[in-house]
Each structure stands twice: as structure tokens, then as C-alpha cells.
Design a protein around this ligand. Structure first.
Ligand SMILES: [Mn+2]
Length: 334
């Protein structure tokens, strides 16, 4: 299966490229070792390869801004037909998600981190604060509060429709050489160099499962636990948004030995004290409008301070209104 991500063409002045190639610095900077060998045998390849590299970079939609000429290697097969090798040399990778991370944000970030670590990559997952209800997730202790890396080779933003909701971490995203967005919100503004957005998927974690199989990445039990947590929290335990794929993936995850009932209990039904206290206050303030079709409630910043809440402790409070008979819209402000 192949996928066209863009089309690019380019024209260069042969004489100008050949003249530049007289300088070793130019050759070493813009061509890979295999390409330099090729150019030694056929000088004109310097010009065709340079045009080819520019065309590939244009097809990515970014030009050489994020995709360097030396990362795009153009070689010839035995019949002389050119083919492109894209370098997989992103070594320093950062994974980012939105603030007040929910189960999908934390789960999809950890699953992506685990997948990349399996590939031998060096990955930082930056999630400064998260709800304690996710502490059962594998490798949760690997999450970092910040990073001192100036420039990452690759940044991956998960479950974020807009670069703005990366809040304090936009700098890691903006400075990275290549930027990838993986998401499921139909409002996604496609702010990456490459965007994998499936608005039909009920969770970013579900988009990831499809990507793992597309790219031939084997899903481990730990990765499956993380993505299942994302699906369970974003669908309220399969009660909204689930698609046929959701259940097919759930079956696959079950066969890997993941305890789905346990994830259900830990991520959805176990309330910590702060969350319980906030729910109580929200219940007290619940009001109905439009003949009981609209339920409204709220918690304030002061409430959150008083109960020592951490980000994510508001999780599930919207269900207070949603679970009442005849309520069609439940509004919860925090
Ligand atoms: Mn989500």
C-alpha cells in the first residue's frame, strides 16, 4: 500500500550545480556517501539528484525548511531508475500533548514513546502534570516536566487540534526539525509537516493503532494497555463515539493479554479524594434548563485549590448531568 502525500517538481541549472560540486564542502553537505559515489561515476547525477531532492522536499509541503537535502537520498536501481531513500535518522524525539491531559493524551503519548523506544530511538515525553488515576500506566514514571534540549530532530503532537493548546511546550514543537501531528479532532488545523488526523476515530489512541499496523510496528502488551486507556476514557467506556474498528481493536488488545476490565475500573471508576470532593460540589450546583433537557454545573479555581486538585481531577464530572434521564446536553464549566 502506498500513499501520496504531495507532489513536487523542480528545475535546476546544471552548470551551476556542477560548478558548486567542485567544492568538497558542497558535496559533503548536500549529498550522502552513496550519492557522492554515484556522482564520481556520473557527474550529471549531481544536478538531477539536487533537483530530485528539492522536488521531494516540496512534495512534503515544507521545502528544505524542515527536511534537509542530506536526509533525502536519491539512488538508481540496476536499470538506472531513480528511487528515493528517506533517512530515518531522527535521534532526539519529543512527544507533546495538551495541558490538563486526559486518558487519551497520556495513553497515546506513552504508547508512541514505547513504540519509538522499541525502534531504538531516544524519546522525551513532556507531560508536567497528570491525574493520579493514570499512575497504573506502564512507564508513566518516564514522563518529564520539561526538557533542556534546544532543538529536537522530530516533535510529535498528540490529541491536539491546535498548536495553541500545546501551551508552554510550543517552543519544543516549533523549533523541531520535523513536526508530526496525530489527532482525532475534526477541528484540527493541520499544523504539522505531516498530519495524521482521523476525525472518525473516537480517540487519538485509536488513530495510533491504525498507524502501528500501517507502519508494521508490532503492538506490545504495554503499548496496548496505554492505547486502550485512551479509548476507554475518550468513549466513556465505549458508551459514545465507538466505531466497528474500536471493537476490532479491543478484541486484538484483549488477545494480547491486556486486562480491559481493570483499565475500565482504574481509569473511569476509581475516584481520588479531590475528584470526589469536586464532584460533590458540582452535584450541589447542578441546575436544569429547557424542561430538563439541559443540565449545567461548574467548579471554580477556588474549589480546586481547596481540595488540592491536580490537573485532570475534573475528569468525569460532566457525566453527573449526562447520566440523568431526559438530559440531552450536559454543560460543565471548570
Ligand atoms: Mn482525545
Amino acid at each position: 500500500m502506498s500513499k501520496i502525500i504531495g507532489v513536487g517538481t523542480d528545475i535546476v541549472e546544471v552548470g551551476r550545480v556542477l560548478k558548486s560540486c567542485e567544492k568538497h564542502s558542497f558535496l559533503n553537505k548536500y549529498y550522502t556517501e552513496a550519492e557522492r559515489e554515484l556522482i564520481k561515476r556520473r557527474k550529471s547525477c549531481a544536478a538531477t539528484n539536487f533537483a530530485g531532492k528539492e522536488a521531494v522536499a516540496k512534495a512534503f509541503g515544507t521545502g528544505f525548511l524542515n527536511c534537509m537535502p542530506e536526509d533525502i537520498e536519491i539512488l538508481r536501481d540496476e536499470k538506472g531508475k531513480p528511487y528515493v531513500n528517506l533517512s530515518e535518522k531522527a535521534e532526539k524525539i519529543v512527544i507533546l500533548t495538551h495541558e490538563l491531559p486526559d486518558g487519551d493524551a497520556v495513553g497515546s503519548s506513552l504508547a508512541t514513546g514505547l513504540a519509538l523506544e522499541e525502534m531504538g530511538k531516544n524519546v522525551d515525553i513532556i507531560i508536567p502534570e497528570y491525574s493520579k488515576s493514570f499512575s497504573f500506566l506502564p512507564k508513566i514514571d518516564k514522563l518529564k516536566k520539561s526538557s533542556d534540549v534546544e532543538k529536537y530532530d522530530l516533535a510529535i503532537a498528540l490529541d491536539c487540534a491546535d498548536i495553541k493548546i500545546l501551551k508552554g511546550y510550543t517552543k519544543y514543537f516549533e523549533k523541531a526539525k520535523t513536526k508530526i501531528v496525530i489527532d482525532h479532532h475534526s477541528s484540527n488545523i493541520m499544523y504539522g509537516d505531516i498530519n495524521f488526523v482521523n476525525p472518525v476515530a473516537p480517540a487519538c489512541s485509536q488513530v495510533l493503532i491504525g498507524m502501528f499496523s500501517y507502519f508494521g510496528i508490532k503492538m506490545t502488551k504495554d503499548m496496548a494497555t496505554c492505547v486502550m486507556t485512551g479509548i476507554i476514557t475518550d468513549t466513556g467506556g465505549f458508551s459514545y463515539g465507538a466505531t466497528t474498528e474500536t471493537f476490532e481493536f479491543a478484541a486484538e488488545i484483549l488477545s494480547l493479554g491486556v486486562n480491559i476490565s481493570e483499565i475500565f475500573r482504574r481509569a473511569l471508576h476509581t475516584k481520588n479524594k479531590a475528584n470526589f470532593e469536586l464532584t460533590k460540589r458540582a452535584m450541589d450546583r447542578l441546575e436544569f434548563f429547557e424542561d430538563g433537557k439541559v443540565a449545567f454545573t461548574y467548579i471554580t479555581g477556588q474549589d480546586q485549590e481547596e481540595v488540592n486538585a491536580v490537573p485532570g481531577d475534573h475528569e468525569g464530572i460532566v457525566d453527573v448531568g449526562k447520566n440523568i434521564d431526559d438530559v440531552e446536553v450536559s454543560i460543565f464549566l471548570h
